[in-house]
Design a protein around this ligand. Structure first.
Ligand SMILES: Nc1ncnc2c1ncn2[C@@H]1O[C@H](COP(=O)(O)OP(=O)(O)O)[C@@H](O)[C@H]1O
Ligand SMILES: [Mg+2]
Length: 451
């Protein structure tokens, strides 16, 4: 049995990750073998016994971290959030600009604190924009490698044929275009941390090579026989479910276990809404600083919207929105300053402004609180512009080129205005008219294609 033989080759000085991996190999051997010979059963039993012995000998450090990740959150959950954050500060924890005191975030930070001084691999998962890269930097900053390089690699952004050279470097002439010797990311990260972002996108061939580096702590440049020792701490991140990918055979199970010795999950922003007000204030101030302006004020309508929005792009989206409204608004920002695709279904209008009741059934907000005069003017002007365009599109049955000609406007400028107002020419097509010829079809497609 090949798998069993592989197990025996693993060195006896085993780490927690290696141990988990061996247990998994045993488990999958048992799961997949249709019938076991007596000799194989004996071998598995011997393996199980030696694993048990090794578990007993786990290093103090590893047991400490393991216990911290599993047990501590329950204990410290009783502590108030403020106290937990303060305790981190008192222990000189470096937050790297991580804000929020949601219990799930604090739990992740506390795990990061424990994991940071060790060299154990950490896997961070969470949706895009939840702060995975920031968390990786937090782990780096709180460890003993903080003054050494932090090298970030986006595994999803490297073409398959360049992956190996990107990660491990190459020798001059190793392939067409390799005009010089080149260092890979692992070598650059030597003595520091390598952040493998979007690890779920790594092709299977790359996974095998990565596994080898994790086991042997050495690399070979493409086209070279020489092995180079690398001492790199690995932090990986993914927005995919690696466990599921490995069940589907798309991600190597052994690599998954190697990488996820410490596993941190960052919850989406919609599951930690209590952080939104703090983040709004923080990013509002940050944007004001960057843009050299006074912090923007928000109308109750916009604030209400921002507090209830679903944030598919998570914290990154909230940050971008605060920068956008800080840039576009005068003293006071309103929902009209939001990107078109984010605005609430019934966009704010001057008419609605004087009589607005939010979807949550609150009382209408008085005009005085709602927006500044200049914002009100802008909203009214936007509304007039939109109504004009809608009427025009109806008249020309959605033919953008014709409308541009009639109102004597540059066509691409008109496309831009349509986009700004979320208008689609195809919605104005005359449904009774016979289907358009090539030109007509192109017309509509063009308008919709870049939206
Ligand atoms: N808890 C947080 N406090 C402050 N800023 C955050 C927080 N989490 C994420 N950010 C910011 O949000 C943006 C996206 O974070 P990033 O780490 O790149 O997310 P991901 O890698 O998960 O896509 C960055 O600008 C980051 O600084
Ligand atoms: Mg990222």
């Amino acid at each position: 049995m090949k798998i069993l033989d592989q197990v025996e080759e693993i060195s006896p000085a085993i780490s927690y990750a290696g141990l988990i991996e061996r247990i998994e190999i045993l488990r999958s051997t048992l799961r997949w073998s249709s019938r076991l010979e007596r000799a194989d059963i004996d071998k598995l039993l011997r393996q199980a016994t030696s694993l048990r012995d090794e578990v007993m000998q786990l290093s103090h450090k590893e047991r400490f971290v393991q216990a911290a990740t599993a047990a501590e959150p329950a204990v410290s959950a009783d502590q108030s959030r403020g106290a937990r954050r303060k305790a981190l500060i008192e222990r000189s924890f470096i937050f790297e600009g991580t804000f929020g005191d949601n219990p799930r975030l604090l739990e992740s930070l506390e795990i990061a604190e424990k994991a940071a001084p060790t060299d154990l691999p950490v896997l961070i998962d969470g949706e895009s924009g939840t702060g995975k890269e920031l968390m990786a930097k937090v782990i780096h900053a709180n460890g003993s490698r903080s003054d050494k390089p932090f090298i970030s690699v986006n595994c999803g952004a490297i073409p398959d044929n360049l992956l190996e050279s990107e990660l491990f470097g190459h020798r001059k002439g190793a392939f067409t275009g390799a005009s010089n010797d080149r260092k890979g990311k692992f070598e650059s990260a030597h003595t520091g941390t390598i952040f493998l972002d979007e690890i779920g996108e790594l092709p299977l061939a790359g996974q095998v090579k990565l596994l080898r580096v994790l086991e042997a702590h050495e690399i070979q440049r493409v086209g070279s026989d020489e092995t180079i020792a690398v001492d790199t701490r690995i932090v990986a991140a993914t927005n995919r479910n690696l466990r599921q990918l490995s069940e589907e055979g798309k991600f190597r199970e052994d690599l998954f276990y190697r990488l996820s010795v410490i596993h941190v999950t960052l919850p989406p922003l919609r599951e930690r809404r209590d952080e939104i007000p703090l983040l709004i204030a923080w990013f509002g101030d940050e944007a004001a600083g960057t843009l050299k302006r006074r912090p923007v004020r928000l109308t109750p309508r916009l604030r209400d919207f921002l507090l209830n929005y679903a944030y598919p792009g998570n914290i990154r989206e909230l940050r971008n929105v605060m920068y956008r409204v800080s840039c576009l608004a005068g003293d006071m920002a309103d929902v009209d300053h939001l990107p078109v695709d984010m605005r609430p279904a019934a966009p704010g209008s001057a008419a609605a402004a004087s009589n607005v009741a939010t979807a949550t059934g609150q009382e209408p907000i008085s005009v005085a609180n709602l927006m500044s005069l200049s914002d009100a003017k802008r909203a009214a002007s936007d509304d007039a512009e939109k109504a004009f365009l809608e009427r025009g599109l109806r008249e020309v049955s959605g033919t953008v080129a014709e409308l541009a000609r009639r109102i004597d406007m540059n066509r691409s400028h008109l496309q831009m205005l349509l986009k700004k107002h979320g208008l689609h020419s195809k919605d104005f097509r005359n449904r009774n008219a016979p289907s358009t010829g090539r030109n007509g079809a192109d017309e509509h497609d063009e308008e919709d294609s870049d939206s």
